[in-house]
Design a protein around this ligand. Sequence first.
Ligand code: ADP
Ligand code: MG
Length: 648
Amino acid sequence: MIELKNITKSFQMGDTLVPVLKNISLKIERGDFVAIMGPSGSGKSTLMNILGMLDIPTTGSYLLNDIEVATLTEDELAIIRRGEIGFIFQQFNLLPRLAAWQNVALPLIYSEGKLDFEKAKNLLEQVNLGDRLYHKTNEVSGGQMQRIAIARSLINSPRIVFADEPTGNLDSKSEKEILAILRKLNDQGITVIIVTHEEEIGKEANRLIRMRDGEIQSDERFVPLRTDLEKVAPKTYGSQFSWKEILEHFNQGTRTLAANKVRSVLSMLGILIGVAAVVAMLALGSGAQKSIEDQLSAMGSNLLVLRAGNVRVGGVVQESGTRIRITMEDAKAIKEQIPGIQDVSPNVTGRGQVTYLNKNWNTSVAGVTPSYARMRTSVPDFGRFFSDDEGQQRALVAVIGRTVARELYGTQNPIGTMIKINKVNFLVIGLLPEKGASGPQDQDDRILIPTQTGMYRLFGKNYVDSIDIQVTRKEDIDGVEESVKEAMLKRYRIPVSSQDDAFQIFNMAELQNAITQSSKTISTLLATIAAISLVVGGIGIMNIMLVSVTERTKEIGLRKAVGAKRNDILMQFLTESVLVSFLGGFMGIVLGWTITFTFSIIIGWNASVSWQSIALAFGFSVMIGIVFGIYPAHKASKLHPIEALRYE
Ligand code: ADP
Ligand code: MG
């Protein structure tokens, strides 16, 4: 079953290669009970590790069931190790976080994908620990620990059990118990190979091999090899990926995190803050954008605003007396001559000192035409707007904004009352809809009166300050802008040299685009900053995972010794880091939602967390768990079983 030919093993110590095993040739048959004895440092453990496939020889050939071990990959070794071999260590190597039965069942994760309680219970009963199933390993004695370890070595029904000084750390009573168990196993047909210091134990074995300085010194047989064992078929080994295994890693990961609560929470903190920031930024950003868009559309859409510019003659700005003055007639002409225009409103603007009874208020007063109400979404929600006739008659009527109403009237109804604007009496006929502040400008702090009233009775002008032009279709807006400019230049016969500056036309659509664009840029920027904090959170996770890998080197060594492949270890640590980032992400979403909710109440924005941003945050945090967990997990998976086990 086992055949060693000229095995050597050397260790690199600094510059020199120290030979530890020299030319060992050895054959061990099925069903044997072999003891290996020798002074400390003679290479017994090194030989056991090679036999147990935890380590590979430097030269020589090792055939296990006629398979040359040297030709196997690390994962193939792991698979044979868990199927064929049970290993019992002097140091027990139990995992302290797990209960006795879970320690026993541990190798099953890698062979069957899940811990099987019944199997573990059975084996623990066989080693007389049926009453210690749920004890943690630090709650039992040394002898009991070793019996748990023996039960673990048997969980995959191995054909060979290796025990490296299993009683070295135990009292003589426990020693006898352990020996009895091993004897019983051998009676069941399991090959037992034991390294020991005790002459007594050596004498108990069927065959005793003595070693000295890495060589076999003697090889005696006390009991003839049994011949009653039937031939057995070689084991077949499955090694498929299984979700059950991931689930088990998940279970154990949760326990690991729970055992280290403060650290777990700290490692989640970065992701938590990052996700909360992303969620809140996206929600508040889109809320802000929406409120900006609302305000913009309240200003009117598809609008051009025409104003007179500064005409230069010979490079000198003309005196104000000779400046171009736009008139009501211009407005009329534009509307009649240029196709694609829905409506126009010639406007005048100025300041007005307004009084009602003993209240005083200074506000902006605009002379507009009735079409303005539709174009600028200023149809009064109480009272009415003035009519074209009232405009023609220069009627003294006013529609007032909310701020003006509040300042002059408080909660009283202003409609039907008389106010004075710059000492002229006006009848209040309507109340403008609330528009809210846009930047430093309060759009509700204004009074609208008919254009002609404003020109002739309030400001004393025979011209208008601007003409609002509403274009019927959005696509035409640039074309209409050109036509208006051309028509105006023609009407005023502006020389070619001054044409650029003669008139200014504001394109509100362009302005709106620019504002929308910049608000988008700002929210993208905020989201980017939030994303950076996510990355920082990820680095935090990586850091903690690296510490965890180092701390748990021994555990990794043990897991590999009982049959974990590289991918099993990789998956285990990846599951843990994803778990951390997932939990962090979850709490981050809750926090982000809370922040959004609080802010939208305080500021009054209509901000809400969208499903997309939750999905994004979740996806992101899981991805960060994978990306930043992969390096530590990879590092763990590459550990060499024996070196990891020896790590202190
Ligand atoms: P035993 O189990 O018989 O006491 P070991 O097989 O553990 O002896 O060790 C034999 C010799 O090999 C010792 O001198 C030990 O220092 C050396 N040795 C074992 N493992 C290593 C290693 N990984 N690196 C360097 N030297 C080692
Ligand atoms: Mg040893």
